[in-house]
Design a protein around this ligand. Structure first.
Ligand code: SF4
Ligand code: SF4
Ligand code: SF4
Length: 209
């Protein structure tokens, strides 16, 4: 018994143990750049781009709600996994989480969304519902009626010769309204997300909503 107690005491007397005991590491006084807390509003005005909702991997963690005259992202903490992707994807700097936003500004990095329009020619019957429903098409050609025909080349897509002709894929905002209006599930919008490095406009601290 006495021998066991001796070795037990020897174990505690080890230099490594004493060093760890006396110089225990404490939490850093400065928040590390990689820390990701729950996203919080920065005060910048939400432009309703919805990139935050598109990029969020946690179902039900974020939604953008109409509030007063504008929009505001709302985080549901029970669902949010604090990945910080919404902070990185927002082109307007509306959210911050830990120091992620400041780090992005310093390093000029962000995530970039783009969209691809894919139409299955075997399923598409050329009804034009997708063209008529598209809100970007509506802005480009207010005259576009049922049938999806258009005289202007400024629309994203139109019906031509019984088929859909995609003219300006780069104008697509990824809203997926066209998908919902297609009776045959013939159109699909693919979201492409790339990490990029380009200086983004750092909002001035006094910039408000
Ligand atoms: S931090 Fe991640 S999980 Fe939380 S709302 Fe943003 S994207 Fe969704
Ligand atoms: S996703 Fe929206 S913007 Fe893009 S083509 Fe469809 S309706 Fe138009
Ligand atoms: S709504 Fe669907 S079926 Fe109609 S033209 Fe568009 S993609 Fe084709």
């Amino acid at each position: 018994m006495a021998v066991s107690l001796f070795w037990y005491m020897v174990e505690f007397a080890r230099f490594e143990w004493i060093k760890k005991f006396l110089f225990a590491k404490t939490a850093p006084l400065i928040t590390p750049a990689h820390f990701r807390g729950f996203p919080e509003p920065t005060g910048k005005a939400c432009q309703h781009a919805l990139f935050c909702m598109m990029v969020c991997p946690a179902p039900g963690a974020i939604e953008v709600l109409h509030e007063g005259d504008g929009w505001k992202p709302k985080i549901h903490k029970g669902h949010c996994i604090r990945c910080g992707l919404c902070v990185e994807a927002c082109p307007n700097g509306v959210l911050r989480s830990g120091r992620v936003l400041e780090t992005m500004w310093d390093q000029g990095t962000s995530l970039l969304f783009s969209f691809r329009i894919a139409i299955d020619p075997d399923l598409c019957m050329g009804c034009g519902n997708c063209c008529t429903a598209c809100p970007v098409n509506k802005l480009a050609d207010a005259q576009m009626g049922a049938g999806g025909h258009s005289a202007t080349d400024e629309v994203i897509m139109r019906v031509q010769g019984g088929d859909i002709l995609v003219l300006h894929e780069e104008k697509c905002t990824g809203c997926k309204t066209c998908e919902q209006s297609c009776p045959n599930d013939a159109i699909r919008i693919a979201r492409i997300l790339e990490g990029i490095q380009q200086p983004i406009q750092k909002p001035s601290p006094e910039a408000g909503p």
